[in-house]
Design a binder for this molecule. Structure first.
Ligand SMILES: NC(=O)c1ccc[n+]([C@@H]2O[C@H](COP(=O)([O-])OP(=O)(O)OC[C@H]3O[C@@H](n4cnc5c(N)ncnc54)[C@H](OP(=O)(O)O)[C@@H]3O)[C@@H](O)[C@H]2O)c1
Length: 285
């Protein structure tokens, strides 16, 4: 597995495994399969309600802890400094780990600076190794960066050829913050995976449409974290290191018509607060 170099000097694998929508036993089994075929970067979040299952999968894998990289995320309602500090400890306890490799602020709402400060303290205390953000756009980062001691290593944002914000990606790269692509396959968007541009490249390289799209991410310099329950897809999504797109194929993928966001951003903390109150992260199985 090839890696991306982060602004902290650390490296991350160029493809990770997303666990949104995977719960309980299904999550554990999918994770074990992912480890078996070579994934080492795992993406979860407090709000996915599967951190216990992710922790069990890691424990059952038998892979040395230092070879696995776990990302989790704090939800905006936990952002006030004190709540964030507690939420980091609760995340560690649900995952059954001594440290989290990468902890992100899930959305740019609420007391972002308070939460970020709690994450920086967790780095000092050895509970978190690296800090990142998610769904932050240029203006959110311009407010946050002057207040940071530990710069965010990445910004996990929606990126796919059918939802491509190139200027935001270029901005991140100019700030030496790695763009990480959530919903890299447009959440399995059939229109994207059957697009003639994608199909032609798939045909040229004897690869599947999903492999073409994932290769596009990594050649653009974006770390993709596709999710899947399928044993075939999990293998396929990591088998993208033995070919390269031509410049014109990459260009054509970058210029596909832009569709809708998979999860359109709702501005405002209130909506997220309501969502949070329906969930009790510590009650997950
Ligand atoms: N930070 C955020 O706000 C945020 C938001 C959303 C997601 N995420 C993260 O991003 C990860 C990925 O997002 P996602 O899982 O929603 O979307 P995705 O990776 O774009 O797509 C997943 C969908 O594509 C299908 N799929 C996967 N591999 C395939 C292949 N090789 N061929 C055809 N279909 C394939 C899957 O179905 P099968 O199960 O049938 O393969 C599933 O329906 C999440 O798991 C989560 O970790 C973060």
């Amino acid at each position: 597995m090839q890696t991306f170099l982060l602004n902290s000097g650390e490296k991350l694998p160029q493809v990770g495994f997303g666990t949104f929508n995977l719960k309980g036993e299904v999550c554990e089994t999918a994770l074990l399969r992912a480890f078996e075929v070579g994934y080492r970067l795992i993406d979860t979040a407090n709000v996915y309600m599967n951190e216990r299952a992710v922790g069990r999968g890691i424990a059952r894998s038998g892979i040395p802890r230092e070879e696995i990289l776990v990302t989790s995320k704090l939800w905006p309602i936990q952002f006030p400094y004190k709540k964030a500090t507690r939420a980091i400890d609760e995340t560690l306890s649900r995952l059954g780990l001594d440290y989290i490799d990468l902890m992100l602020l899930h959305k740019p709402y609420g007391d972002v600076k308070g939460a970020y400060h709690a994450l920086e303290e967790a780095v000092e205390n050895g509970k978190v190794r690296m800090i990142g953000v998610s769904n932050f756009i240029e203006e959110d980062l311009e407010k946050l960066l002057p207040a940071c001691t530990h710069k965010p290593v990445l910004d996990q944002i929606e990126i796919s050829p059918c939802f491509y914000r190139k200027s935001l990606c270029d901005y991140l790269i100019s700030r030496n913050i790695l763009p990480q692509s959530w919903c890299p396959l447009g959440s399995g968007d059939k229109k994207l995976l059957s697009d003639p541009v994608v199909a032609e490249a798939a045909n040229n390289h004897h690869k599947t449409p999903a492999q073409i799209v994932l290769r596009w991410h990594l050649e653009c310099g974006y770390l993709a974290i596709p999710g899947t329950k399928s044993p075939t897809h999990v293998r396929e999504n990591i088998d993208i290191f033995d070919f390269s797109l031509t410049d014109s194929e990459r260009e054509a993928l970058s210029n596909l018509p832009r569709g809708k966001s998979v999860f359109p951003m709702k501005r405002g903390i209130e909506r997220y607060a309501v969502y949070f109150q329906r969930m009790n992260y510590n009650r997950q199985t």
